[in-house]
Each structure stands twice: as structure tokens, then as C-alpha cells.
Design a protein around this ligand. Structure first.
Ligand code: B1M
Length: 210
């Protein structure tokens, strides 16, 4: 079995203690961080989702797989993040209210950080008020992630709350997450949508004109 397959299997089995040295080994073997991320880690989480849908995995298995993936991301972070010198803009990022999915949002945050953005990572289950407070603190981009069809509407609620607070002209809103589409983003009045972390960086730069 190749080291990428070993990483994939270990993430699915939630073995963080195996994943970390295997990711280090893959890097030492000269495998690119992006290849490890996409071909082993993201692919593994896709399989975990499928096993959950098939009724073979339950929430605890998803959770330990997510922990293993997060541990691997920490190892990859220095490679994924190449620090920009001057911050190109300030981003308040979070997973919307009611939603506890952290990994995709953290990956987007890492990539934006690598592209030179200053990141305010608000975590998960973020209320509209918390995003609004960060706009008042100078965040130029509000970046919202949602992984559940049931929490996607909270993106719209947040945009509406930003409008009600009279701050809509001071910020651009970027949205993403597995169930979110470009059509949904435009329907709720977001300024931009990105399907993955690299596209989020491109879109954030485009929106700020940097
Ligand atoms: Co949950 N979960 N989960 N889960 N979980 C999904 C999302 C699900 C698709 C699984 C399935 O059924 N196949 C399903 C949602 C179904 C739906 O709504 N249509 C689901 C469900 C149902 C649930 C619960 C309701 C289960 C339950 O309790 N019965 C529950 C909800 C809890 C809550 O949030 N209130 C739940 C809980 C959990 C755990 C807590 C156990 C755990 C998360 C732990 C953690 O994050 N620390 C978990 C996990 C791990 C998953 C899966 C397996 C993996 C998610 C993940 O990390 N993917 C997921 C299945 C799947 O996605 N295939 C699933 C890897 C990550 C890199 O991808 O987050 O999509 P993703 O991010 C991508 C892009 O989407 C994009 O860039 C990223 C990388 O390029 N992106 C953005 C993300 N945010 C962006 C923002 C942007 C731009 C791009 O701009 C701002």
C-alpha cells in the first residue's frame, strides 16, 4: 500500500496517531502537500461521508475521523501557508450558526492566510452578531461556511443582519461549503462563492481587487 493510501485508511479509521507520522513520512518522501491534502485527506473524508450515508458509520466515527484529519492539517499547515508580507485584507471567517463542521472552513482560513490575508477565525456556530462585531473591527470580508442544508439559510440571516446594521456597503460576503452553490450564493445576496479553498483565495482577491 502506498503512503497516501495508508494515510487515507488511517483517517477513515480515525487513527490520528498513525496519520501524523505517515503525513510526515509522505512529506519526507517528497510528496507535495497539496497531493497529500487532496488525494489522501479530502478523499478520506468523502469516504467517511459515504459510510455515514450508508449507515455504516455514525457520528462518533465521523468525529474521530475529523480529529485525525485536523491533526494531519496541522502537520501540513507550514507547507500550505506561505506567509505574505503585508496583509492584503482582513477576513472574518466562520461556520454559520447551528453548524459545527470545522475542517473545510479551517482549510479556507489557512489558504487565505497563506495568500497574505489577516484572518479572524471565529470558529463554528457563529452568530450574525459575531460577524457584525468583526466588520466594526475592520474586517473587509465576511467568509461564511455551511455544511448542512439546514444551516445554509443562516448565511442569508447573517447577510440580512449585516444589512439591518447598516454595514452591508462596508464588507464583501464570500460563501462556500459542500451544499452551497453559486446560484444559492447569488440568491441570498452574497458577493461571491467558491467551491474549494484555492478558489476562495482567488475569489477573495478578486472581490477586494488585490
Ligand atoms: Co457531518 N455531515 N454532521 N459531521 N459530516 C456531513 C456534512 C454530511 C454531508 C454527511 C453525509 O450525510 N454524507 C451530512 C450533511 C447532509 C446535509 O445537510 N445535506 C452531515 C450530517 C447530517 C451531520 C449531522 C446532522 C449528523 C447527526 O448528528 N445526525 C451532524 C450535524 C452537527 C452540526 O453541525 N450541528 C454532523 C456532525 C459531524 C461531526 C461533528 C461528527 C463531524 C465534523 C467535525 C469537525 O468538523 N470538527 C462531521 C463530519 C466530519 C462530516 C463529513 C464526513 C466531512 C466534512 C469535512 O470535513 N469534509 C461530511 C461528509 C462530506 O462532506 N462528504 C459530513 C472535508 C472538508 C475539507 O470539506 O468542509 O466540504 P468541506 O470544505 C471544502 C469545500 O466545501 C469548501 O472548501 C473546502 C476544501 O476545499 N468550503 C468553502 C468550505 N467552506 C467554505 C467557505 C468558503 C469557500 C469554500 O468561503 C467562505
Amino acid at each position: 500500500m502506498s503512503v497516501l493510501q495508508e494515510i487515507r485508511e488511517a483517517v477513515i479509521e480515525g487513527q490520528a496517531k498513525v496519520v501524523v507520522p505517515k503525513v510526515e513520512q509522505a512529506l519526507q518522501e517528497g510528496i507535495d502537500a497539496n497531493t497529500i491534502l487532496h488525494d489522501a485527506l479530502i478523499d478520506a473524508m468523502g469516504e467517511v461521508g459515504q459510510l455515514f450515508e450508508d449507515g455504516e458509520f455514525f457520528v462518533p466515527e465521523m468525529l474521530i475521523a475529523a480529529r485525525a484529519m485536523s491533526a494531519a492539517l496541522e502537520v501540513l499547515k507550514p507547507q500550505l501557508v506561505e506567509q505574505g508580507i503585508e496583509p492584503v485584507g482582513k477576513v472574518a471567517i466562520g461556520t454559520v450558526k447551528g453548524d459545527l463542521h470545522d475542517i473545510g472552513k479551517s482549510l479556507v482560513a489557512m489558504m487565505l492566510e497563506g495568500a497574505g490575508f489577516e484572518i479572524i477565525n471565529l470558529g463554528v456556530d457563529v452568530s450574525p452578531e459575531k460577524f457584525i462585531a468583526e466588520i466594526k473591527n475592520g474586517a473587509q470580508i465576511v467568509a461564511m461556511s455551511a455544511l448542512l442544508t439546514t444551516t445554509m439559510p443562516n448565511m442569508k440571516l447573517t447577510i440580512d443582519a449585516i444589512k439591518d446594521a447598516g454595514l452591508r456597503d462596508q464588507t464583501v460576503v464570500l460563501v462556500g461549503g459542500a451544499p452551497v452553490t453559486a446560484a444559492y450564493a447569488s440568491e441570498i445576496g452574497a458577493d461571491g462563492y467558491a467551491p474549494d479553498a484555492s478558489a476562495a483565495v482567488r475569489k477573495a482577491k478578486e472581490l477586494l481587487g488585490v
